[in-house]
Ligand binder design. Structure first.
Ligand code: IMP
Length: 192
């Protein structure tokens, strides 16, 4: 079976990907390949960061590899926080701080449209290909729900009346940006 490293140590992401493609490919974590260092993530775009991480691991550790990067893009803020979603309120800030800052920035603004975007970069036998998944929705006026992570309590996907944080993980995993990008990756790998 072909082994591919998913350049993450996030157990939830590994589980999701393994459930979609784990029967045909052995999906290794960074720990599995002995990569315990922090990956470089210094590019100004989501696509660039995803590429940077995948290429770094593929070249340094001589493995087939894919890496993901995600951001929340808010229309009224010209796409912010975007690539800076994890550290919107400052380095090492909490998701709570990020949500407070975003709600603050949007105070009094009617256009609450936003979308999550995930880019996955696959480097297989030295060839690079990217897959994108996105989900459109709006930023709520206040937090709703306790599930999920990151900006989930303030993001409501289009045609739903509940936030991501009010959905079960199974429900979110059908429509989420990451799930859509992973499905495209899975379809590609299965077609090889
Ligand atoms: P990452 O590239 O998957 O680490 O995501 C970067 C940042 O985007 C995270 O730290 C979160 O703040 C946010 N984010 C990514 N995916 C989600 C999601 O599914 N729900 C809420 N926030 C997310």
């Amino acid at each position: 079976m072909i082994s591919i490293c998913f350049a993450t140590n996030n157990k939830n992401k590994l589980e999701e990907v393994r459930s979609k493609i784990g029967n045909q490919f052995t999906i290794l974590s960074l720990e599995d390949i002995g990569c315990l260092e922090e990956l470089p993530e210094t590019q100004p775009t989501i696509e660039g960061n995803s590429e940077q991480k995948a290429q770094y691991v593929a070249q340094k550790y001589k493995v087939n590899c894919f890496a993901d990067d995600t951001g929340l893009l808010v229309d009224a803020l010209q796409g912010a926080p975007g690539v800076y979603s994890a550290r919107y309120a400052g380095p090492n800030c909490l998701p709570e701080d990020n949500m407070i800052k975003l709600l603050d920035e949007l105070k009094g603004i009617k256009n609450r449209n936003a979308h999550f975007k995930t880019c996955i970069t696959l480097v297989l036998d030295g060839t690079q290909i990217q897959f994108e998944g996105s989900v459109s929705g709006s930023i709520l006026e206040e937090k709703h729900g306790e599930k999920g992570f990151g900006y989930d309590p303030i993001f409501q996907p289009d045609s739903y009346t509940i936030s991501f944080a009010e959905m079960s993980m199974a429900e979110k995993n059908i429509i989420s940006h990451r799930a859509l990008a992973v499905s495209k990756l899975a379809a590609h790998l299965q077609s090889l």
